[in-house]
Design a protein around this ligand. Sequence first.
Ligand code: ADP
Ligand code: AMP
Length: 226
Amino acid sequence: MVLKQALIFLGPPGAGKGTQSKRMAERCGVPHLSTGDMFRDAVSRGTELGRRVKPMMERGELAPDDVVMQMVEERLAESDCARGAVFDGFPRTLPQAERLGKILESKGFGKPLVVDFCIAPETLLRRIAGRWTCSVGGEIYNIYEAPPKIAGICDFDGGTLVQRADDRAEVVKERLAAYQRQTRPLADYYRRLGVLEEIDASASVDNVSRALAKIVNCGDGSDGRL
Ligand code: ADP
Ligand code: AMP
């Protein structure tokens, strides 16, 4: 990510976008913008936005583009986004991608860098089934691959680990279908713009981070290596 650039992590649910985007945002000193986290926060606080999107999230459907875009535009207007941001789970439809392109252009940002997390469906199902998240700091664990030291407790802040309501098998099926139908076409869109990079997301967490470090330049003279 060079100065004033958005980094977009594209890929199906469970591919590891959240895990890697948190690391990358910290490395590059820019915010991690997960629209899924923003919606979950709105749901847990019971805001008007939360009440509106809750039923869609429970069904595994995408929220409407205008709702997503208003939330993202407001967030991007905050001063900590001036240098750039790592987008996780956004954009998810062609209209969102086109609108984001216009917003970035109006802010004087260069073209985004888009990383496509490539992974087999059976690996996704195992990752999603094993995902537990800290209810305090949002740290992501996996009971099969990256368990906490003490079951059910976050290593970092002692918060209780919880499973996402939409990680139930029947909802996951719909989320994967929504991904194929509405989000997958974005890979071709960004490929045509010449900004798409692909990584093998089935590798270990550290190896995926290493692959990303080779692609992403934080724009501060560092090469993005761990
Ligand atoms: P996404 O944000 O794409 O939905 P997450 O980052 O939440 O995905 O990861 C999904 C689950 O897979 C989590 O339980 C996480 O701990 C685990 N995970 C993430 N990356 C890897 C990896 N490279 N290898 C094994 N497990 C991983
Ligand atoms: P995620 O945490 O990225 O898996 O997102 C969880 C849920 O939030 C999705 O299944 C959608 O219902 C909603 N959501 C998150 N990001 C978007 C987006 N960019 N567009 C539409 N809906 C979204």
